[in-house]
Ligand binder design. Sequence first.
Ligand code: NDP
Ligand code: HSE
Length: 435
Amino acid sequence: MDPIRVGLLGLGVVGGGTWKVLKRNGQEIARRAGRSIEVTRVAVRDVAKARALLGPDVVVGADPHAVVCDPNIDIVVELIGGDTLARELVLEAIANGKDVVTANKALLAKHGSEIFAAASAQGVTVAFEAAVAGGIPIIKAMREGLTANRIEWVAGIINGTTNFILSEMRSRGLPFATVLAEAQKLGYAEADPTFDIEGVDAAHKLTLLASLAFGIPVQFDRAYIEGITKLTAKDILLAERLGYRIKLLGITKRRPEGIELRVHPALIPSKSLLANVEGAMNAVLVRGDAVGQTLYYGKGAGEEPTASAVVADLVDVTRLHTADPGHRVPHLAFQPDAMADTPILSIDDVITSYYLRLTVADQPGVLADIARVLADSGMSIVSMIQEPNESGDTAELIFLTHLALERKVNQAITRIEQLPFVRSTVTRLRMESLA
Ligand code: NDP
Ligand code: HSE
């Protein structure tokens, strides 16, 4: 059978890795796909550099539109990133009847509905395994392996850069900026690392997971997003002493009122499996009604781990070239005409446990007054510690609470911050038992 011809847009970290893996494992991959998969055309900005890597058999140019219009290309692999040019190119490829493979979660989280609708109308596939959790086949697992289940919730560490930063800060006491620079050097970070550290990248991925889990449209603009930039070394250490570890989690949960969709740092029990996911590793915990909890773990970023997912999609799409478009696995797991309109809940309506830390004057009645405010807001305390400060006249109080409604917690925090003996704002972190 003739080889399938791939047009590669971008030859950076992931594009370069994809080229290498296809070269190294080409024969084995062809045995699995049923025909060989060959990169025949590439678009990059630095053409000379790419030519030196690819050799004379690949057409290299600086115009990505020429690749998506090339009638000799069967599958377009978009690895440029961003959501402007990439959107244009993906829609153009689809309009030209080409299947698309992409690792671009920013693109799909923002324009997924438009792109999947265009692909369905054209009878082509847009495959995006590499867009969530790098090398972990979480999309295939959720879309196919767990298809018998009513998914209840998904919780994951889905950004390698922030997990690397938190791990290194905790275990080696390194400063934030040093570890971020290291993550950029290792190729984990996004072109704009604010996307990583402010939780945006994790929210892009979580948005896609929520659609796959609950059969809802892709709604990135409804996600609650809080990154790790406001976390202090003090909270990381205090959490550790209390038996917790702080992780940037993406959580999406089905509730009778709607769906929680949120990314934020959270304390999780330090003995839990997720707490022990360190460095740039990713892990996704999925709770289905039939299977219970399943955990998916692996490298969430980097050259070859991400290429592993890109090439897996290439093999799937190659196999699909002989399948009737109407009988393919739907892009978002559920049939396009069976999507639900369950609302995404506001962060105010989220129910979880909390870690609250504040500085107070060390005087009688303080604990009683704070406990009263918490009780008035329906919050029940699990444990409390008091740490005297060096000056001796103030103390640090840390409360861990039972489940509470975020709106009530915020009201309580406002009231606590107005108490005359309170000397700081209240640091509020969410806690997840993952039970
Ligand atoms: P890089 O910045 O390393 O590579 C981008 C590539 O796109 C470069 O080869 C660049 O060319 C090329 N490019 C950029 N603009 C143009 C243009 N206008 N015309 C032609 N080529 C262009 O990015 P990554 O490989 O890290 O990321 C690619 C995608 O994969 C992104 O969507 C990212 O979010 C996603 N992703 C990345 C992961 C990672 O670990 N890095 C993991 C999972 C997903 P040149 O080199 O010549 O400038
Ligand atoms: N910047 C992303 C991360 C790359 O750090 O996880 C993988 O999507």
